[in-house]
Design a protein around this ligand. Structure first.
Ligand code: NAD
Length: 360
């Protein structure tokens, strides 16, 4: 039976990078006889324009019925002034929570060819391979109450709420331990347990889960220290597990260690490994429409999809090899360009990966 993949290009550079990822996916589909059927819909600002909401009910149903979802990115300044409940990012949060995609896997891998593109010294980042496991459907981005109001004295105030239940912490901790188990068996749990009640519970529950994983070495780190250690000595980390907001920030920081956020894929999985796959970066409105965005994070998201949702490791490996080959050829989009390499645009980069994959 064919497998259904729903493609949501999104906004800004989303359609540009997705076009390249789809070329690679279609070739992998033929080459490895994967039996995928692709369908397309809208999310974010593009959905707001088409349906009047950032995630239409029919799109959500299509997403539920699909075996996996591939997303570009959402958001843009043209939607900054609309009703906050209809903003593009709300569509993204809704699809993640409605599909129960609670585990966000964000690898930060430094391709050796890009060691000079990192903002850190090559010796600090050479061989870097970190996996950040971010809780994605709880915490402060979803907590209620959340409110902005004007006080009696006329001053404006606003607040958010950071809730975590024991079961939410336990299931993401398990993902962290499971991932560590098949890697270097080191898990660092990141929290702010010296200040936050939710983090104190987080630490307690992670310790409890650790009893089931005696083969994994667990450590704890406060998020402020983790932010510092990521730029001081990032190779000390194997797998990091953390909450929604800390993971959001730390994974962007980790991305810069690898040269560019344009290189980093991500997977958001539910309890059955059904997933939505997307680059870690946003819609990059500053470069949208110019044909210069780096499509490799989205192409590598295709590879993660093949690996995690479809157990097609041979096809996933081939896509990663094709990306590596293109970097070996010296091709670089602007975000990873350095002297001595060849600057190319989005489509040329995608075509080069397709050619490399075809010739493997
Ligand atoms: P961003 O990730 O879109 O851009 C940050 C910087 O990185 C920009 O200078 C951009 O040009 C560059 N960049 C990002 N992706 C790139 C690529 N593939 N190739 C080359 N350069 C790239 O973050 P932002 O500017 O903070 O946010 C822009 C919009 O994206 C906002 O509306 C934000 O809400 C949204 N956003 C969406 C997602 C998502 O869809 N998952 C994630 C983050 C931000």
């Amino acid at each position: 039976m064919s497998k259904q993949i729903l493609i949501l290009p999104g906004d800004g550079i989303g359609p540009e990078i997705m076009a390249e990822a789809v070329k690679v996916l279609e070739l992998a589909n033929d080459k490895f006889d994967l039996g995928f059927e692709l369908s397309f819909d809208q999310l974010g600002g593009a959905a707001y324009e088409q349906y009047g909401v950032p995630l239409a009910d029919e799109t959500l149903e299509r997403a539920r019925a699909a075996d996996a979802i591939l997303l570009g990115a959402v958001g843009g300044p043209q939607w900054d002034a609309i009703d906050p409940a209809l903003r593009p990012e709300r569509g993204l949060l809704k699809i993640r929570s409605q599909l129960g995609l609670f585990a966000n896997l964000r690898p930060a891998i430094l391709y050796p060819q890009l060691a000079d593109a990192s903002s850190l010294k090559p010796e600090v980042v050479a061989g870097l391979n970190i996996l950040i496991v971010r809780e994605l459907t709880g915490g402060i981005y979803f907590g209620s109450p959340r409110e902005s109001r004007v006080l009696e004295n006329g001053e404006r105030m606003a607040f958010d709420t950071l809730p975590y239940s024991e079961s939410e912490i336990r299931r993401i901790a398990r993902v962290g331990f499971d991932m560590a188990r098949v890697r270097d068996k080191k898990l660092c749990s990141v929290d702010k347990a010296n200040v936050l009640a939710s983090s104190q519970l987080w630490r307690t529950v992670v310790e409890e889960v650790a009893k089931d994983y005696p083969d994994v070495q667990l450590s704890h780190m406060y998020v402020d220290n983790a932010a510092m250690q990521l730029v001081r000595a990032p190779k000390q980390f194997d797998v990091m597990v953390t909450d929604n907001m800390f993971g959001d920030i730390l994974s962007d920081e980790a991305s810069m260690l690898t040269g560019s956020i344009g290189m980093l894929p991500s997977a958001s999985l539910d309890a059955n490994n059904k997933g939505m796959y997307e680059p870690c970066h946003g819609s990059a409105p500053d470069i949208a429409g110019q044909g210069i965005a780096n499509p490799l994070a989205t192409i590598l998201s295709v590879s993660m999809m093949l690996r995690y949702s479809f157990s097609q490791s041979q096809a996933a490996d081939a896509i990663e090899q094709a990306v590596s080959k293109v970097l070996d050829q010296g091709l670089r989009t602007g975000d990873i360009y350095c002297a001595g390499t060849t600057k190319v645009g989005t489509a040329a980069m995608g075509d080069a990966v397709v050619e490399a994959l075809r010739s493997l």
